[in-house]
Design a protein around this ligand. Structure first.
Ligand SMILES: *Cc1c(COP(=O)(O)O)cnc(C)c1O
Length: 383
């Protein structure tokens, strides 16, 4: 058994869903609108947490829909036995068409080509395909441009083999409190929905909010919200919330060696850590091949014996060294790379901030070599 494991607390995940739902229900009560549904985002192996286990837990929690990045991720979810509706965000390729039908996925139409290809494929299979249409309201990435829908939408709305179940968009600056672009995108989306209605779109169903947008602005909740990061118990920086969220993932390892470094010696590749005097260094078997960011070398910290200790020298492919001078550390001692130990806590937002990265990136880069252990309430990380 390898020492480095990610523990995923599915009870925490479900608690996060309930906390988000509570927020949505309270807001809905206040505004008189029905509470939006939750489209739970499980792309990129559920942000590194393990897509199958996470999807089953979310399904049990009654989310309206799951969302993934591409058809292959959707197929993997179906193969794992997931039965909830699955929205595929990404652009489709020719080779994706079969999977949409064989695995009952809901595709996103984000280009005229995708509309034509899906309409033809559905017609050839003698079926009507439910799909969502993505509007580009200013992200300038995927989606039909908001300002020429009169050219692009009719072919999609008029295709007898397609049924558009929702319009959606995605915000570029929902996590930037100062940004005016967020309001501009909202305005473009409102206009796009009016245009679509005028062109004969039969549903008014819409969704737009990622984690940051759903925290920030009730006006963009529409019929469903699309949280990713927030489900996993991490608030998009720099936003804050009073919601009771718990990080679902913690990352643990064990000390495999402890050694003295003498005066004048240096630690690791490039000899980048050369202490002033003798030190005691512990070796931890987790490196950049496991998803630990190389930039954490001489910058990051880990928890050992309930204390924060610095990562010294470079991050190697398979291990790091940490300075445990003055602590009574032996091989076998637990190391926490993310999560809680005793009174101390190290969260992914903090780790990301120390190296100028973002929590999304660090979570979904957690490597395939790391085992995932799933637990409920009794397997919380502070052991
Ligand atoms: C990834 C993604 C989300 C979720 O984003 P978070 O910031 O993790 O909440 C929502 N919508 C789309 C289209 C996405 O690609």
């Amino acid at each position: 058994m390898r020492h480095t494991v990610a523990r995923v607390d599915l009870d925490a995940l479900r608690g996060n869903v309930r906390a988000i739902r509570g927020l949505l229900e309270d807001g809905a009560l206040a505004s008189g609108h029905p509470a939006p549904g939750i489209i739970a985002v499980v792309k990129a192996n559920a942000y590194g947490h393990g897509a199958a286990a996470v999807a089953h837990a979310l399904e049990a929690e009654g989310v309206a829909m799951l969302a993934c990045a591409d058809v292959d991720e959707g197929v993997a979810l179906r193969d794992a036995g997931v039965t909830a509706p699955i929205l595929v965000f990404g652009a489709l390729g020719v080779s994706d068409l079969d999977g949409i039908f064989s695995h009952r996925l809901t595709p996103t139409i984000s280009s005229p080509w995708a509309g034509r290809a899906l309409a033809d494929a559905a017609a050839a299979r003698d079926t009507v395909l439910g799909c969502h249409v993505k509007i580009d309201t200013g992200m300038n990435r995927l989606g039909l441009r908001h300002d020429n829908l009169r050219q692009t939408l009719p072919a999609i709305l008029d295709a007898p083999a397609l049924r558009v179940d929702a319009l959606y968009t995605h915000f570029a600056t929902a996590d930037e409190p100062e940004s005016e672009h967020f309001a501009l995108q909202q305005q473009h989306f409102a206009e796009a929905r009016e245009t679509a209605a005028a062109l004969g779109l039969r549903t008014t169903h819409a969704h737009a909010a990622n984690s940051a947008a759903l925290l920030r602005d009730e006006r963009v909740w529409f019929d469903a919200v699309r949280p990713g990061l927030l489900l996993y118990g991490v608030v998009p920086p720099p936003l804050m919330t009073t919601l009771a969220l718990e990080p679902a993932l913690s990352l643990h390892s064990r000390v495999v060696a402890v050694k003295g470094v003498r005066d004048g010696e240096a630690v690791g590749y490039g000899q980048t850590y050369r202490p002033d005097g003798p030190r005691t260094v512990a070796v931890v078997p987790a490196g950049y091949a496991d998803g630990l960011d190389w930039r954490l070398g001489n910058r990051g910290v880990v928890l050992v014996r309930g204390r924060r200790v610095p990562i010294v020298g470079r991050v190697s492919m398979d291990m790091i060294s940490v300075d445990v001078t003055g602590l009574d550390v032996s091989p076998g001692d637990e190391v926490v790379l993310l999560g809680r130990q005793g009174e101390e806590r190290l969260d992914v937002r903090e780790v990301a901030a120390t190296i100028g990265a973002i929590p999304w990136e660090l979570l979904c880069r957690l490597g395939a070599r790391i085992g995932r252990e799933y637990g409920g309430g009794n397997s919380k990380c502070d052991m």
